[in-house]
Design a protein around this ligand. Sequence first.
Ligand code: 5GP
Ligand code: MN
Length: 341
Amino acid sequence: MNINILTDFEVEQFCRIVDASDKIVICCHQNPDGDALGSSLGMAEYLRTMGKEPLVVVPDAFPDFLQWMPGTERVVRYDKYKERVDAVLAEADLVMCLDFNTPGRTDKMADALVASPASKILIDHHLDPDIDVEMKISQPEASSTCELVFRLIWQIGDFESVTRKCAVPLYCGMMTDTGGFTYNSTRPEIFFIISQLLTKGINKDKIYRNVYNNYSEWRMRLMGHVLYNRLVVMPEQHASYFILTRRDLKKFHYVKGDAEGLVNMPLQIKGMRLSISLREDTERDNLVWVSLRSVDDFPCNRMAERYFNGGGHLNASGGRLTCTIEEAEKRVREAICNFRP
Ligand code: 5GP
Ligand code: MN
């Protein structure tokens, strides 16, 4: 099976840039998900086997259910160690930008990233990349950035040296970005890649449990609250939404990551094509986080762009509103009723 993604010239270019670089920084988007963190850790481990000493930097905290991944103990958070990361970015030879398409997706880290004089390589699967880099590996049809990192290593011919510590995060990111291989994963190549990763001794069932069967009791109760008390279903529009207020979050002892995946659940209702969640920020007033999920050809990323200052993928997107939660709810109802792709 041919899983190459680059031209020979590009492979050479990638290897040349990496070879020439001593100080390598790997970074991903804010609120890192399994793919953002997985691709960063997988790439870092790969580069380590190549004799490099990369530093993985994330804009802010990642959820508890990713903490188990090998290598997380060495990740540096920008929101905690701004000065250190600013200095590292200013001195880097190479910055790898994984799983995001514009500097803005790194939030407060964006200025330091853009200002860094380092060579930059983008590896990403979001639409419309808009970032100034020396080398751009952008493939929106890929399931995940982890898939692209695997393909890259494979095409370079370094699969032999991939360790279990590299394979685990790469598998994890492919799994989380496809909802456990239930969407965005019908291309046969992805199963070829999985079969190869399995040869490295990864335990895919354990990885699944680490991510999905690792909820706190409170997260489970929050889910019950959302489904029983908060879900608004609009059958004629084949859409539904729910709101999580700051009070809800407090009541259910919310910690980062607890709301992850809730937005997918209403799509289990027969006939649903669109699900939207609204979550009040726990600290900043008038900031509401929006997540959208859709099925088939419903472009929820276009809706996120038009109504929620965001974007993302065809079936999974997000954004934010700077208004009260009541105004945000009005906006959601307006979007559901008026949006024509
Ligand atoms: P989530 O709902 O999990 O926060 O985000 C779902 C998807 O939408 C992710 O792939 C994420 O990269 C993308 N996304 C979330 N927020 C934004 C945003 O503000 N802008 C863009 N372009 N994509 C977003
Ligand atoms: Mn991704």
